[in-house]
Design a protein around this ligand. Structure first.
Ligand SMILES: [Zn+2]
Length: 135
C-alpha cells in the first residue's frame, strides 16, 4: 500500500477522518520508508514550508466559513456549494469544520428545547449548594 504526500500532509495536519488516520498510522508504523518520508516532511515544515499547498492547508483556506456552515445546515446555499461542503465534511472529514458545525447546531437548538432548558436550570439550582456562601 502506498500513501501519497498529500495524505501524509493531511495526516500531520490532523485533517483525515478517524479511519484514515488509523490506516496511515498503521502503515507508517510498519514502513521505515514512510517513517523517513514523514520525518522529512516534518523537517521541511520546520524550515518553513511556504508552498501554496502548505499555506492552503495551514490556513484552512479550503474550509467554508462559519456563515457558510450555518447556511449549509439550513441548505440555504447553491447546490454546488452544498455539495462541496458535504464533501469537505463527510469525505475529507475536516475536523475543524465538523467542530464548527456541531458548535453551530446545539447553539440554535438548545434555547428552543424546553426539556434541555429545564435540565440546565435544574442543574444550576442543584449546584448552588456547592458554591461557597457569600458573606
Ligand atoms: Zn474544513
Amino acid at each position: 500500500m502506498t500513501i501519497s504526500k498529500p495524505v501524509l500532509d493531511a495526516f500531520i495536519d490532523d485533517h483525515l477522518s478517524e479511519q484514515e488516520t488509523i490506516r496511515v498510522e498503521k502503515a507508517v508504523r510498519e514502513s521505515p520508508e514512510l517513517q523517513a518520508q514523514l520525518s522529512s516532511i516534518i523537517a521541511s515544515r520546520d524550515m518553513g514550508d511556504h508552498s501554496i499547498g502548505a499555506i492552503w492547508r495551514r490556513e484552512h483556506l479550503s474550509c467554508p466559513t462559519r456563515e457558510e456552515l450555518l447556511s449549509y445546515k439550513d441548505e440555504a446555499l447553491d447546490p454546488m456549494r452544498l455539495d462541496y461542503i458535504k464533501f469537505h465534511l463527510e469525505t475529507v472529514g475536516c475536523k475543524a469544520c465538523k467542530a464548527n458545525l456541531s458548535d453551530l447546531i446545539p447553539s440554535s437548538n438548545s434555547n428552543t428545547d424546553p426539556a434541555i432548558m429545564k435540565k440546565h436550570l435544574q442543574f444550576l439550582e442543584n449546584s448552588k449548594v456547592l458554591l461557597p456562601k457569600r458573606p
